[in-house]
Design a binder for this molecule. Structure first.
Ligand code: A5P
Length: 221
């Protein structure tokens, strides 16, 4: 299924999770906006609240959608820190390891999440998994791509996906993920890997999951 596509039920769960997270934003805050179909609902909920907030976007798509809704989007370079960042995820494990980057935006998403005092993840119930599995998105440098791919081994270049806004090649790790922490460290230590889509639990402040029985918020702070 293409990133962003989904069932009606998944879509309404995304909308509910996004609406709950939008309530965590207060006037005067600086807000990191993620990327994807769940964040598309977040933008609508945030715009409806009409708060005086300053936003940073994690992708050109989010930036233009947010601006069209009247949200104030500023260059990330203006901020050392953000009050909150809110973003979707492809997988959320019970210990709060995440996989992100189904929409190829994980590098900018990780930078924005790392700058935020609180990082809130918004998902529909299909994203809750018992354990993290492949694929894990990767962004690779174009320079030396063939040798980076050979060093990594179990990686597939994503078909028909344009380079990231920063020029990186979008690929996926398709090997085993026995220990997300170990894989994250290995990928980070591999020359040519710009960023991987494994987000560690200590980056996450809260996970807002909407399911058939309503919205559940798990706090990690
Ligand atoms: C974008 O690159 C991703 O990290 C998204 O946040 C993730 O794929 C979730 O996307 P949806 O909200 O569209 O399911």
């Amino acid at each position: 299924m293409a990133p962003g596509a989904g069932t009606d039920r998944a879509d309404s769960e995304k909308r509910e999770a996004a609406a709950a997270a939008a309530e965590m934003v207060e006037a005067g805050m600086t807000v990191g906006l993620g990327t994807g179909s769940t964040v598309a609902h977040l933008l609508v909920s945030l715009a409806r609240r009409g708060l005086d907030i300053r936003c940073v976007a994690t992708s050109p798509g989010t930036e233009s959608a947010a601006r069209e809704l009247g949200l104030q989007v500023e260059p990330f370079g203006r901020f050392e820190e953000l009050d909150i960042a809110i973003d979707g995820a492809d997988q959320v494990a019970p210990d709060c390891w995440l996989v992100k980057g189904g929409g190829a935006a994980h590098t900018r998403e990780k930078l924005v999440a790392a700058a935020a005092r609180r990082f809130v993840v918004i998902v529909d119930s299909s994203k809750e998994v018992r354990r993290i599995t492949a694929p894990v998105p990767l962004e690779l440098l174009t320079f030396g791509l063939a040798s980076t791919l050979a060093r990594l081994g179990s990686v597939r270049v994503r078909d028909g996906v344009p380079p990231s806004p920063d020029g990186g090649v979008i690929t996926d790790w398709v090997g085993d993920v026995d220990d997300p922490g170990h894989l994250a460290a290995t990928l980070s230590a591999t020359p040519g890997v710009v960023e991987h889509g494994l987000f560690p639990p200590d980056m996450v402040s809260a996970v807002v999951t909407a399911g058939p029985h309503g919205v559940n918020v798990r706090y990690r702070e």
